[in-house]
Design a protein. Structure first.
Ligand SMILES: [Zn+2]
Length: 171
């Protein structure tokens, strides 16, 4: 996934303003803050609650419902993607601007996220949908799986398995 400019390097705010201008959405402190937070989070999508906590740490306390409103407007204008994984909390991330048809893969364990676009994959999805009676196809695909780090962590347990003490065999 392309690294998004962060606030730390001074480009984050300009980036957020440009994104809002592009979709003709009025610039508000809250919308800019949400875009900055998600840009900083980069590969780790955030819940709205986590954003509210991050804003509190920044000294900008904001209520969760107010934040939901800002996120909703960003989702409606295609800047932010919000999706629920396996019944867990809804996660938000900045939608890739490159293409309307984006493919995304998310780790179910750590929520690491990568997005991109692949013309060949898009064509295959369109073909698959058409074959099953959905001629309009799909715009995006979200693959939920496990990243290499989480797979490695799962396959190397931190503590060895307890050794079962078997009762002595009767003579
Ligand atoms: Zn992971």
């Amino acid at each position: 996934m392309r690294r998004v400019a962060t606030v730390a390097d001074g480009a984050g705010q300009a980036d957020a303003h440009a994104m809002l201008r592009r979709v003709h959405l009025r610039t508000t402190i809250l919308r800019v803050a949400v875009l900055e937070l998600l840009a900083e989070a980069a590969e780790r999508p955030m819940t709205v609650e986590a954003m509210a906590q991050a804003m509190l740490r920044r000294g900008q306390p904001i209520s969760v419902p107010t934040l939901y409103g800002a996120v909703r407007s960003l989702v409606e204008h295609g800047l932010v993607e919000r999706s629920r994984m396996d019944g867990g909390p809804a996660l938000c991330w900045i939608k890739e601007r490159a293409s309307a048809a984006s493919h995304q893969v998310v780790c179910k364990i750590c929520q690491r996220h990568a997005a991109g676009s692949d013309a060949e994959l898009s064509a295959q999805i369109a073909r698959f949908c058409a074959q099953h009676g959905f001629p309009l196809g799909g715009q995006s695909v979200l693959i939920q799986t496990q990243c290499a780090d989480c797979l490695r962590a799962a396959s190397s347990p931190r503590s060895p398995l307890p050794v079962l003490a078997l009762p002595p065999a009767h003579p």
